[in-house]
Design a protein around this ligand. Structure first.
Ligand SMILES: *Cc1c(COP(=O)(O)O)cnc(C)c1O
Ligand SMILES: [Zn+2]
Length: 413
């Protein structure tokens, strides 16, 4: 299993025992898990016959005992070759792939970080877990907590999609709906984690939590037969997932599983109504200016003060990427484009990624020879309100064959 060496400060490199600690005492920087890479013996063949979940990469996940894994079999989601969407956008057939994480057990990529964090909570013997959430982390944490038989406390803004609230409640979580923004909910969750013996997956368990999302890089590369794509389009809220994907690429290289990662570009996608990282990138600034009141249909990306914002920004520069922030109309159009050309129904976060890809192609920022992977991170059934206005109403008919048959005209016949 993954043997954690230490927690290391991302800024000053100070090391700590791997406990429930997440901020450096010296400089207040975030802490990351480190492994002894020399002792990790893996090759491409190691993974060939393993289980089809993200736990196939257990050597690179921070859980020491297999018995502590809390698994809903998330991950190893489909990587679709998206020729019809490629054609619609003006890309060449065979050059566009979609990583469809909307089909995870709780219908978003959050099953990856939440599953790792809840497993770590079990390994540490914690008696309760929780999270601060923009919506999807709530159900991912609640479902894994149910499987682990741990009580779960959710802190989320009260105005997120009801489907996401209902889902978390169904798994048995205590849902604390905060009359404020995500940043307000996150602050309260952090205060609770200081006061009570609880593992808040994206606060005091954050060093372990973020490790789960590295598997989004491993899987894409393995599914492409260990070829590194040229360009990744990643929807961004706190920046944790984008940073983890980049870390995952670096590990693949450190472990000799790929030949090089110098040519891969990583691009961030945020919604216009809450795009502090994109603004900083386009303005060529090193600081993130928080958005006080996010306003977008992409509620799962509505974090005004992103915890890993400056690190995501550094990653965009390190990996020669770009940043885009489509508006709500572009996001809605992109949701329907994806649904109608590829048969994948995503929530607004996935629409943000596809709309950003569309902009990049239109602006000539994607070369026709590039192999692009776009991350589709959440499921459309969680946010049907976002597109309802664009859909035709179903036709209501009397149960009468003669009336109905006149409505059906099939092209080409
Ligand atoms: C949380 C979330 C993201 C962004 O994740 P961060 O790690 O906070 O940047 C993207 N897509 C969906 C569907 C999400 O729920
Ligand atoms: Zn430090």
């Amino acid at each position: 299993m993954g043997i954690v060496n230490a927690l290391r400060c991302r800024e000053c490199k100070q090391e700590y025992e791997p406990t429930l600690k997440y901020i450096c005492d010296e400089c207040l920087g975030p802490l990351d898990v480190t492994y002894d890479y020399g002792s990790i013996k893996v090759s491409r063949d190691t993974f060939a016959n393993r289980e089809k979940s993200y736990w196939r990469y257990f050597e690179l996940l921070p859980i020491a005992e297999k018995a502590n894994i809390v698994s809903l079999e998330a991950g190893f989601t489909p990587l679709h070759r998206a020729d019809r969407l490629a054609d619609a956008l003006g890309l060449r057939a065979g050059n566009l792939y979609l990583k469809n994480d909307s089909v995870n057990p709780t219908f978003s990529f959050k099953d990856r970080p939440a599953g790792v964090a809840v497993s770590k909570a079990r390994e540490m013997g914690l008696k309760a877990v929780g999270c601060a959430s923009t919506g999807n982390l709530a159900s991912a944490t609640a479902a894994h907590a149910a499987k682990a038989d741990l009580p779960c406390y959710i802190f989320a803004p009260k105005d997120i999609e009801y489907a996401k609230i209902a889902q978390a409640l169904a798994y048995g979580a205590e849902f604390i709906a905060v009359d404020g923004t995500y940043d307000d909910a996150n602050r309260i969750a952090a205060q609770i984690s200081d006061a009570k013996p609880i593992g808040i997956v994206n606060v005091n368990l954050r060093p372990y939590y973020v490790e789960g999302s590295k598997t989004l890089a491993y899987e894409v590369v393995e599914q492409l037969n260990w070829k590194v794509p040229d360009h990744l389009i990643v929807p961004v809220a706190s920046g944790a997932m984008l940073n983890a994907i980049c870390r995952g690429l670096e590990e693949l290289y450190e472990l000799n599983l790929v030949d090089g990662i110098d040519n891969v570009k990583v691009t961030a996608a945020q919604a216009k109504g809450c795009s502090p990282i994109v603004e900083a990138f386009k303005g060529n600034r090193d600081e993130i200016v928080p958005v006080e009141y996010p306003n977008t249909i992409a509620k799962s990306l509505a974090i005004g003060d992103p915890g890993d914002g400056i690190y995501a920004l550094r990653r965009l520069r390190q990996f020669n990427g770009y940043a885009e922030d489509p508006d709500d109309d572009e996001i809605r159009d992109a949701i329907l484009l994806l649904a109608r050309y590829e048969g994948i129904f995503t929530e607004p976060a996935g629409g943000v990624a596809v709309a950003s890809l569309k902009r990049l192609v239109e602006d000539g920022r994607i070369d026709k020879d590039e192999h692009v992977v776009c991350y589709i991170t959440g499921n459309g059934l969680k946010s049907i309100d976002a597109i309802e206005g664009l859909l035709r109403k179903p036709r209501i008919v009397k149960p009468n064959y003669m009336d109905v048959v006149e409505m059906i005209s099939i092209a080409g016949t």
